[in-house]
Design a protein. Structure first.
Length: 253
Protein backbone atom coordinates (compact mmCIF):
# COMPACT_ATOMS: atom_id res chain seq x y z
CA UNK A 1 0.00 0.00 0.00
CA UNK A 2 1.15 3.52 -0.78
CA UNK A 3 1.52 6.29 1.78
CA UNK A 4 -1.90 7.80 2.63
CA UNK A 5 -2.63 10.87 0.51
CA UNK A 6 -4.89 13.64 1.82
CA UNK A 7 -5.82 16.34 -0.68
CA UNK A 8 -7.63 19.54 0.26
CA UNK A 9 -9.75 20.75 -2.66
CA UNK A 10 -10.50 24.37 -1.86
CA UNK A 11 -12.73 24.75 -4.94
CA UNK A 12 -13.75 28.38 -5.67
CA UNK A 13 -13.17 29.61 -2.12
CA UNK A 14 -10.82 31.93 -0.19
CA UNK A 15 -9.04 35.19 -0.96
CA UNK A 16 -5.30 35.61 -0.59
CA UNK A 17 -5.19 36.61 3.09
CA UNK A 18 -7.39 33.71 4.17
CA UNK A 19 -5.52 31.26 1.97
CA UNK A 20 -2.13 32.30 3.36
CA UNK A 21 -3.32 31.81 6.95
CA UNK A 22 -4.91 28.43 6.22
CA UNK A 23 -1.98 27.10 4.17
CA UNK A 24 0.47 28.31 6.85
CA UNK A 25 -1.47 26.55 9.59
CA UNK A 26 -1.58 23.31 7.63
CA UNK A 27 2.12 23.56 6.77
CA UNK A 28 3.00 23.98 10.45
CA UNK A 29 0.78 21.10 11.51
CA UNK A 30 2.18 18.72 8.90
CA UNK A 31 5.82 19.76 9.45
CA UNK A 32 6.65 17.06 11.96
CA UNK A 33 4.56 14.32 10.34
CA UNK A 34 6.01 11.56 8.22
CA UNK A 35 4.43 8.63 6.42
CA UNK A 36 1.64 10.76 4.99
CA UNK A 37 1.37 13.04 1.95
CA UNK A 38 -0.73 16.20 2.25
CA UNK A 39 -1.55 18.30 -0.81
CA UNK A 40 -3.52 21.55 -1.17
CA UNK A 41 -5.47 22.51 -4.29
CA UNK A 42 -6.22 26.26 -4.24
CA UNK A 43 -7.78 28.22 -7.08
CA UNK A 44 -5.46 29.44 -9.86
CA UNK A 45 -5.21 32.98 -8.48
CA UNK A 46 -3.95 31.67 -5.13
CA UNK A 47 -1.31 29.28 -6.45
CA UNK A 48 1.61 31.63 -6.34
CA UNK A 49 0.95 32.89 -2.78
CA UNK A 50 0.24 29.41 -1.46
CA UNK A 51 3.37 28.13 -3.19
CA UNK A 52 5.40 30.72 -1.26
CA UNK A 53 3.81 29.65 2.02
CA UNK A 54 4.47 25.95 1.32
CA UNK A 55 7.98 26.46 -0.06
CA UNK A 56 10.46 24.08 1.60
CA UNK A 57 7.68 22.24 3.45
CA UNK A 58 6.37 18.70 3.06
CA UNK A 59 2.95 19.88 1.82
CA UNK A 60 2.40 19.61 -1.94
CA UNK A 61 0.54 21.90 -4.33
CA UNK A 62 -2.15 20.91 -6.83
CA UNK A 63 -4.36 22.68 -9.32
CA UNK A 64 -8.06 21.88 -9.59
CA UNK A 65 -8.07 21.82 -13.39
CA UNK A 66 -6.04 22.79 -16.47
CA UNK A 67 -6.35 22.61 -20.26
CA UNK A 68 -4.41 20.05 -22.29
CA UNK A 69 -3.20 22.31 -25.10
CA UNK A 70 0.31 23.66 -24.70
CA UNK A 71 -0.45 27.31 -25.55
CA UNK A 72 -2.34 29.53 -27.93
CA UNK A 73 -5.76 31.03 -28.49
CA UNK A 74 -7.71 29.40 -25.63
CA UNK A 75 -9.06 32.42 -23.78
CA UNK A 76 -9.63 31.75 -20.10
CA UNK A 77 -7.66 28.50 -20.01
CA UNK A 78 -4.45 27.57 -18.19
CA UNK A 79 -2.00 25.00 -19.57
CA UNK A 80 -0.20 22.16 -17.81
CA UNK A 81 3.08 23.98 -18.42
CA UNK A 82 1.65 27.04 -16.66
CA UNK A 83 0.44 25.12 -13.63
CA UNK A 84 3.80 23.39 -13.39
CA UNK A 85 5.49 26.78 -13.65
CA UNK A 86 3.22 27.92 -10.78
CA UNK A 87 4.60 25.09 -8.62
CA UNK A 88 1.96 22.37 -8.96
CA UNK A 89 3.15 18.78 -8.68
CA UNK A 90 -0.41 17.43 -8.73
CA UNK A 91 -3.54 18.12 -10.78
CA UNK A 92 -7.12 17.17 -9.98
CA UNK A 93 -8.68 16.06 -13.27
CA UNK A 94 -12.31 15.33 -14.15
CA UNK A 95 -13.84 16.40 -10.86
CA UNK A 96 -17.60 15.84 -10.96
CA UNK A 97 -18.20 19.60 -10.85
CA UNK A 98 -16.12 19.88 -14.04
CA UNK A 99 -18.03 16.99 -15.60
CA UNK A 100 -21.51 18.11 -14.62
CA UNK A 101 -21.34 21.91 -14.46
CA UNK A 102 -18.85 22.47 -17.27
CA UNK A 103 -19.62 19.55 -19.54
CA UNK A 104 -16.24 17.80 -19.41
CA UNK A 105 -16.37 14.50 -21.24
CA UNK A 106 -14.35 11.34 -20.68
CA UNK A 107 -12.49 12.10 -23.92
CA UNK A 108 -11.45 15.56 -22.73
CA UNK A 109 -10.52 14.23 -19.29
CA UNK A 110 -8.40 11.52 -20.95
CA UNK A 111 -6.45 14.20 -22.86
CA UNK A 112 -5.81 16.01 -19.60
CA UNK A 113 -4.59 12.85 -17.84
CA UNK A 114 -2.20 12.10 -20.74
CA UNK A 115 -0.97 15.68 -20.75
CA UNK A 116 -0.34 15.65 -16.99
CA UNK A 117 1.69 12.45 -17.23
CA UNK A 118 3.67 13.84 -20.16
CA UNK A 119 4.48 16.96 -18.12
CA UNK A 120 5.45 14.87 -15.08
CA UNK A 121 2.50 16.11 -13.03
CA UNK A 122 0.73 13.61 -10.77
CA UNK A 123 -2.82 13.22 -12.06
CA UNK A 124 -5.73 12.66 -9.67
CA UNK A 125 -8.45 11.28 -11.92
CA UNK A 126 -11.90 11.69 -10.36
CA UNK A 127 -14.71 9.27 -11.08
CA UNK A 128 -18.13 8.78 -9.54
CA UNK A 129 -21.75 7.93 -10.21
CA UNK A 130 -24.76 10.20 -9.73
CA UNK A 131 -27.54 9.38 -7.29
CA UNK A 132 -29.79 8.35 -10.13
CA UNK A 133 -27.13 6.05 -11.59
CA UNK A 134 -26.65 4.38 -8.20
CA UNK A 135 -30.38 3.97 -7.68
CA UNK A 136 -30.80 2.37 -11.09
CA UNK A 137 -27.94 -0.08 -10.57
CA UNK A 138 -25.54 1.59 -13.00
CA UNK A 139 -22.71 2.42 -10.56
CA UNK A 140 -20.23 -0.18 -11.81
CA UNK A 141 -20.99 0.43 -15.47
CA UNK A 142 -20.37 4.17 -15.04
CA UNK A 143 -17.22 3.70 -12.99
CA UNK A 144 -15.82 1.23 -15.51
CA UNK A 145 -16.52 3.63 -18.35
CA UNK A 146 -14.97 6.62 -16.59
CA UNK A 147 -11.88 4.64 -15.55
CA UNK A 148 -11.31 2.93 -18.92
CA UNK A 149 -11.93 6.06 -20.99
CA UNK A 150 -9.99 8.25 -18.57
CA UNK A 151 -6.92 5.98 -18.85
CA UNK A 152 -7.27 5.22 -22.56
CA UNK A 153 -3.89 5.06 -24.29
CA UNK A 154 -1.88 5.43 -21.11
CA UNK A 155 0.92 2.95 -20.52
CA UNK A 156 1.22 0.76 -17.47
CA UNK A 157 4.28 2.69 -16.24
CA UNK A 158 2.20 5.90 -16.42
CA UNK A 159 0.13 4.55 -13.53
CA UNK A 160 2.93 5.60 -11.19
CA UNK A 161 1.90 9.19 -11.93
CA UNK A 162 -1.84 8.57 -11.57
CA UNK A 163 -4.17 8.27 -8.58
CA UNK A 164 -7.89 7.74 -8.79
CA UNK A 165 -10.40 9.57 -6.57
CA UNK A 166 -13.73 7.82 -6.16
CA UNK A 167 -16.21 10.61 -5.49
CA UNK A 168 -19.87 9.60 -5.72
CA UNK A 169 -21.66 12.70 -6.99
CA UNK A 170 -24.47 12.22 -4.45
CA UNK A 171 -21.92 12.48 -1.62
CA UNK A 172 -20.15 15.67 -2.71
CA UNK A 173 -21.05 18.62 -0.53
CA UNK A 174 -24.22 16.94 0.66
CA UNK A 175 -23.21 15.77 4.13
CA UNK A 176 -24.10 12.24 3.06
CA UNK A 177 -20.85 10.29 2.70
CA UNK A 178 -20.53 6.83 1.20
CA UNK A 179 -20.19 4.20 3.90
CA UNK A 180 -16.83 2.48 4.28
CA UNK A 181 -18.28 -0.64 2.72
CA UNK A 182 -19.71 1.26 -0.28
CA UNK A 183 -16.30 2.89 -0.80
CA UNK A 184 -14.54 -0.46 -0.36
CA UNK A 185 -16.75 -2.11 -2.96
CA UNK A 186 -16.15 0.55 -5.60
CA UNK A 187 -12.41 0.93 -4.87
CA UNK A 188 -12.02 -2.83 -5.21
CA UNK A 189 -13.94 -2.71 -8.48
CA UNK A 190 -11.68 0.09 -9.78
CA UNK A 191 -8.53 -1.95 -9.02
CA UNK A 192 -10.06 -5.00 -10.68
CA UNK A 193 -11.13 -3.00 -13.74
CA UNK A 194 -7.64 -1.55 -14.11
CA UNK A 195 -6.03 -4.99 -14.01
CA UNK A 196 -8.67 -7.11 -15.75
CA UNK A 197 -9.77 -4.66 -18.44
CA UNK A 198 -6.65 -2.61 -19.10
CA UNK A 199 -3.20 -3.60 -17.89
CA UNK A 200 -3.30 -7.16 -16.57
CA UNK A 201 -1.60 -8.25 -13.37
CA UNK A 202 1.64 -6.96 -11.96
CA UNK A 203 0.95 -3.22 -11.97
CA UNK A 204 2.38 -1.11 -9.17
CA UNK A 205 0.03 -0.42 -6.24
CA UNK A 206 -2.51 2.19 -7.18
CA UNK A 207 -3.59 4.98 -4.83
CA UNK A 208 -7.37 5.29 -4.67
CA UNK A 209 -8.79 8.17 -2.65
CA UNK A 210 -12.33 8.51 -1.40
CA UNK A 211 -14.05 11.89 -1.63
CA UNK A 212 -17.53 13.13 -0.76
CA UNK A 213 -18.49 14.72 2.56
CA UNK A 214 -15.37 13.51 4.37
CA UNK A 215 -15.34 14.98 7.89
CA UNK A 216 -13.36 14.46 11.11
CA UNK A 217 -16.33 12.38 12.32
CA UNK A 218 -16.47 9.88 9.45
CA UNK A 219 -12.87 9.83 8.20
CA UNK A 220 -11.41 7.27 10.61
CA UNK A 221 -13.80 4.57 9.54
CA UNK A 222 -13.36 5.36 5.85
CA UNK A 223 -9.57 5.60 6.04
CA UNK A 224 -9.25 2.43 8.12
CA UNK A 225 -10.62 0.45 5.20
CA UNK A 226 -7.81 -1.38 3.39
CA UNK A 227 -9.12 -0.28 -0.02
CA UNK A 228 -9.07 3.43 0.89
CA UNK A 229 -5.63 5.03 0.45
CA UNK A 230 -6.57 8.57 1.37
CA UNK A 231 -9.15 11.28 0.92
CA UNK A 232 -10.06 14.14 -1.38
CA UNK A 233 -11.60 16.64 1.00
CA UNK A 234 -13.70 19.62 -0.06
CA UNK A 235 -15.67 21.57 2.57
CA UNK A 236 -13.74 20.21 5.56
CA UNK A 237 -10.42 21.29 4.03
CA UNK A 238 -11.39 24.97 4.41
CA UNK A 239 -11.21 24.78 8.18
CA UNK A 240 -7.85 24.27 9.85
CA UNK A 241 -9.21 22.20 12.74
CA UNK A 242 -11.27 19.84 10.66
CA UNK A 243 -8.60 19.36 7.97
CA UNK A 244 -5.88 18.70 10.55
CA UNK A 245 -8.19 16.25 12.36
CA UNK A 246 -8.58 14.35 9.06
CA UNK A 247 -4.80 14.36 8.52
CA UNK A 248 -4.33 13.05 12.05
CA UNK A 249 -6.85 10.29 11.49
CA UNK A 250 -5.12 9.25 8.25
CA UNK A 251 -1.82 9.19 10.11
CA UNK A 252 -3.14 6.95 12.85
CA UNK A 253 -4.91 4.27 10.78
P1 LIG B 1 -16.86 17.71 -0.11
O1 LIG B 1 -16.18 17.79 -1.55
O2 LIG B 1 -15.81 17.13 0.83
O3 LIG B 1 -17.23 19.11 0.23
O4 LIG B 1 -18.03 16.81 -0.23
C1 LIG B 1 -15.30 16.79 -2.00
C2 LIG B 1 -14.85 17.10 -3.38
O5 LIG B 1 -15.66 17.60 -4.18
O6 LIG B 1 -13.69 16.86 -3.75
Amino acid sequence: MNMPLIVGNWKMNLLTDEAVVLAGGIRDFVKSLSGIRVVLAPSFTLLSEVRNVLSGSNVGLACQNFYFEEKGAYTGEVSAGMIKDAGCEFAIIGHSERRHLFGETDALINKKVSCAVEKDIDAILCVGETEDQRKTGKTFEIIEQQVCKGLDGLKRQDLQKISIAYEPVWAIGTGENATASQAEEVHHFIRKTITDKIYGNGISPLTILYGGSVTPENCSELLANKEVDGALVGGASLNIDSFCAIINAAKSV
